[in-house]
Write a protein that binds this ligand. Sequence first.
Ligand code: MSP
Length: 650
Amino acid sequence: MNKKPYYITTPIYYPNSNLHLGHTYTTIVADTLKRYKKIQGYDAYFVTGTDEHGQKIQEAAQEAGKSPLEFTDGIVKTIKDLWKTLEIDYDEFVRSSDKKHEENVQEIFQKLYDKGEIYKGVYEGFYCTPCESFWTESQLDENGKCPDCHREVHKQTEESYFFKLSKYTEKIRQYYEDHPEFLLPEGSRKEMITNFLDKGLDDLSVTRTSFDWGVKVPFDDKHVVYVWIDALSCYLTGIGYGEDQEKFNHYWPAGIHLMSKEIVRFHTIIWPAMLMALDLELPKQVFAHGWILFGENATKMSKSLGNIVYAEPIIELYGIDALKYFVLREFTFGQDGSFTNEKLLQRLNFDLANDLGNLVSRTVAMVEKYNDGIVENTNVNEEIDESLKEVAVNAIENLEKHMDKLAFSYALEDIWTLVRRTNKYIDETMPWVLIKENKERLNTVLYNLIESIRIINQLLEPFLPHTVKKIEEQIGIENLGWDSAREFGLYPNGTKVEKKENLFQRLDIEKELVILGEKNQALVVQRVGKKEEVQEVEELATKPEITIEDFEKIDLKVGTVLEVSDHPKADKLFVLQVKVGPETRQVVSGIKKWYKPEDLVGKKVIVLTNLKPVKLRGVLSQGMLLAADKGEDLTMLSVLNDIEDGADIS
Ligand code: MSP
């Protein structure tokens, strides 16, 4: 363990579905980063895993008619199979249901309690089951829904233990200030400061009593530990916490936690506060990448929207390297990017088959044809060679600078700058003319081409390992080590090359669009059923059954819209005056996208009248108007026949 450690994590994924390309993205990045850091001489260690506890998984298991563990066992297997298919080189896969991990969570909880960081109280607030997040009323979105995923939240009042998160507000802010590289990209950092730290943190409810699929609080087994405390602790378990202190001390603090932006809050507010409370060092960096968006409306790829793309069909049809190249090259790390099959296929054709594939096959074929496959440097140099050599030896430095910033896409672009420069060198030197006129010069040109390919292949090593192997077979030598890319002329003179199959096939895009589309859709149907079914299952899964008594708590009435005006501070909201029997209610509603004021005035609507009044962006709302929505469509609910306003709905 003499090498410098670099500990990398992906999120600890929920095992409630098969993982899609969005999840695969983070894992491919983590794997590539590990390969890169190893090549750079680090002792890189990579942990991933599954976040198996919590209400969401318990409900999903119930729906599948299985015990939670039987349910997660099945899905964990599919996740591990996927990582195998993608040749993900992780060092540890932590299941939060592992006994050792559960013991760690209990020990951590006990420690925090003993240190006075956790106290008992009563929780009153709103819970979003899909996000496993607690919110206070003021944090809800303008429609009173989860501010993260905008789905229904449930009001909850229960006895709970609280973590004294509020006392860490300024400490965390200070940490951000002292460590500007802690949270990247900059946008995420600003968001955490304005949306959370500036508002002041509330203490965090860290136990639940309404379900039992979780780690029991060691001194009060009515309570289970909040899933996020449990899941974040997997990062400690993954490197031997509570078991192998030496290993733990070696790898902690983490070099980087990778994830997409929606879970940054947990990693850069809750997690640092927990670690401070435990007297542990904070991770060196948290990097939030963007979302892979999908489809015409560029929405986040997610199971509930039924717009999933799986990695498996892409790998089966075009290979792992093609998928890796695409996701690393196409999306600027840190920003959202939209996925389409067209873009994928075009990149495969242009960048991989044309630029790289052709360069290798043309060059090797010329060496075979013009010099019996032997690469001979005759040193008949011309000025033009210098510009090729310059681009070749500079590529590594540019790439390293980009990789320091995790700019994967730019790092690959640095390699492709050399690929394209080398292709241009073929056009400039015209070996097919040289064979007739100047065999000596031709051999130097062919040497320069092969040497350039050697450097390209060296630089490709952390990104496309299969392609690297194939190029090595064709150019007759194995890569000579990372630093060899800094020097031009290391390819051993007299080596024999051998033409093999093309690295990448050129694809008929129209034809492939059909094949790939069908394969993916078949998998979606096999795994989650048809789109519509998926949505229904998801909706149902988020709402527990209620009794008639529960329903009777809801006071719905017919109302007449008297007046509609724009909300002074929110573009999406209307402020409506609605007559409900003898009284007139002011209701703020997010329906502006679908209606003009004149469509609504005089219309009968359905009003939830006993919803606790709230201020939405400063304007009082005394109720809620009911509407039906599906995808992008929305319609207000009304009555079939005219009836006086104030009429009860039961
Ligand atoms: N269980 C929590 C994480 C706990 S970490 C201590 C969780 N799991 S998850 O299964 O929902 O995975 C979320 C992660 O999946 C994101 O942070 C991101 O890494 C990846 N992605 C899921 N959908 C994505 C996109 N559409 N685009 C990019 N990545 C996204 O949250």
